[in-house]
Structure formats: structure tokens, C-alpha cells
Write a protein that binds this ligand. Structure first.
Ligand SMILES: [Mn+2]
Length: 276
């Protein structure tokens, strides 16, 4: 018996006894399966195009309700307001008074497809510490508020982003359990005027207030600006993955416990953050 027409299976191996109606010769089981898959994936692509027109993320499922929130937070040290749309298109309008932080928030918005509007003013005459941290706290609170009970989300997200020589991995879980494992080794104390110790403070504030477990791991990197920016790009894409809806979840809460928010923990985080 001859081998299958159109693939390289061994002559006679698993060949169907009769050629199919459209085939010009005998067809092996593998080829039949491939042809079925090709037809199915053409059909899938057509559906997805209808479902995601204008969004551009394959498999994107729009939520039934808008996932948006606004949070304003004022202390003796800072005044911060954040608006966020978790299902945005990457529209970003931020002015925190800290240039490098604005640059990083633009990465988060653009690559996470979050619409962000952030205004902050703080006690810069001391340093940028309070303002940087309070932007992270308020952003975390806004994300948690927009997300609500987390019904239907993918929950986990991960991404490895390069920026030239720098390569940074971010893995996160919207677990309701705030935790930060921070592995950036930034070689300089400053990027322009920005104190590089503030990167950790920012991630910690977001993790605490959005109740996310975040692991940030540096795989390579020499230039401080590249390392931090790669981390924000990875963070953004990981957030996008985790926050998008899983159509197979059918709107359920992605936890075997059935709950992913810790109201008491959230209150504690807010109280702690007010006492910094
Ligand atoms: Mn840059």
C-alpha cells in the first residue's frame, strides 16, 4: 500500500482502507485529523473575529458590567486620584510629579490595556517616597474596587519581557493574599532623579492594596532604566492575562474555596498604608 498523500507517514502506516471523497489518494489517520483541525480552527477564527472586533486580544471576552473605578486618597503627605478601566485600550493620562514613575505607568497602561487617569501631588520637598508609595496604594485600591469579587477572571498571569539586554519575569496571582517577592538588582541608586529603591516600594504598595501575590524576577540586565522598564512591561502583560475573563469559567470565582477577597485583610492593608 502507498503512503498517505500529503504527509510523510510510512507507507501503509495507519492508512485508511478507502480514500475519502475529496482525496486524490489514500489518507492516513493523522492527515484526516489535521484536516479536521484546520477546518475547526478556521471556524474558531471567524467567531473570535466577531467577538473581539476592536479589541485585538484573541479570545478576549468582554465583561457583562464595566470594570471601572475611581479612588481619591488624601493624607497629610499626598493627594492622589486614580481612575482605572480594566477593559480599556491603553489610554493613559498620568501626572504624578515624578517623571520616571509616569513613564512606568504609561508602560502599565499601554501593555496592560488598562485605561489610567492619575493625578498626584505630594511632599516632594522631602523626597518622592510618599508620593510614589501613595500612587501605588491608590492604584491598588482602584484595581481591587474595579475587580470586585473577581468572577470569571483568569486569576493567574505571567510574562517575561525583554528590553535590549534586560529580561524580567513577572508572575502574579489575584489570590487575595498580598505578597511581593522582589528580585530586581538595579545597579545604580538613581535613574535620572528617580530613587531606584522606590521601585520595590511601588510594587509592594500595589500588591498590598490590590491583594495580589507578585513575583518579580530579573533574568538579565545591566542598564537600570532597561531593567525597571522591562519589569513594568512584564507586570503589565501579566496583569492583562490575569484580569481577562476565562470563557470556560462561565463567570464563576476561580478558587476552590469559592472566595478570593479578604475584606478584613483589605481593611488591614488600608490601615497600615495610612500609617506610613
Ligand atoms: Mn524607557
Amino acid at each position: 500500500m502507498n503512503g498517505c498523500v500529503g504527509c510523510f507517514c510510512a507507507p501503509g502506516a495507519a492508512a485508511l482502507p478507502l480514500p475519502s471523497r475529496n482525496a486524490r489518494g489514500p489518507v492516513c489517520a493523522a492527515k484526516t485529523w489535521q484536516r479536521k483541525q484546520a477546518g475547526a480552527s478556521r471556524a474558531r477564527r471567524a467567531n473570535v473575529v466577531c467577538a473581539v472586533a476592536g479589541n485585538g486580544s484573541s479570545g478576549y471576552v468582554a465583561p457583562a458590567e464595566n470594570r471601572v473605578a475611581q479612588v481619591a486618597r488624601t493624607t497629610n503627605e499626598t493627594e492622589v486620584s486614580v481612575s482605572v478601566n480594566l477593559d480599556g485600550t491603553g489610554k493613559c493620562d498620568v501626572d504624578t510629579g515624578i517623571g520616571f514613575l509616569d513613564h512606568m505607568l504609561n508602560q502599565l497602561s499601554s501593555h496592560g490595556l488598562l485605561d489610567l487617569n492619575i493625578r498626584a501631588r505630594g511632599d516632594y520637598h522631602i523626597d518622592d517616597h510618599h508620593t510614589n508609595e501613595d500612587v501605588g496604594i491608590t492604584l491598588g485600591m482602584a484595581i481591587a474596587k474595579a475587580l470586585g469579587d473577581k468572577k470569571g477572571i483568569r486569576r493567574f498571569g505571567h510574562f517575561i519581557a525583554p528590553l535590549d539586554e534586560a529580561l524580567v519575569e513577572v508572575v502574579l496571582d489575584f489570590s487575595g493574599r498580598p505578597h511581593l517577592e522582589y528580585g530586581l538588582k538595579i545597579p545604580t541608586e538613581r535613574i535620572g532623579k528617580f530613587d531606584t529603591q522606590l521601585v520595590r516600594e511601588f510594587y509592594s504598595a500595589v500588591a498590598g492594596n490590590a491583594q495580589i501575590t507578585i513575583h518579580v524576577r530579573q533574568l538579565s540586565g545591566i542598564n537600570s532604566h532597561h531593567i525597571v522598564e522591562a519589569s513594568f512591561k512584564a507586570f503589565a502583560r501579566a496583569m492583562r492575562m490575569a484580569l481577562e475573563l476565562d470563557p470556560r469559567r462561565l463567570g464563576g470565582i476561580p478558587s476552590s474555596k469559592g472566595v478570593l477577597t479578604d475584606a478584613q485583610g483589605l481593611e488591614q492593608a488600608k490601615t497600615q498604608s495610612m500609617n506610613h
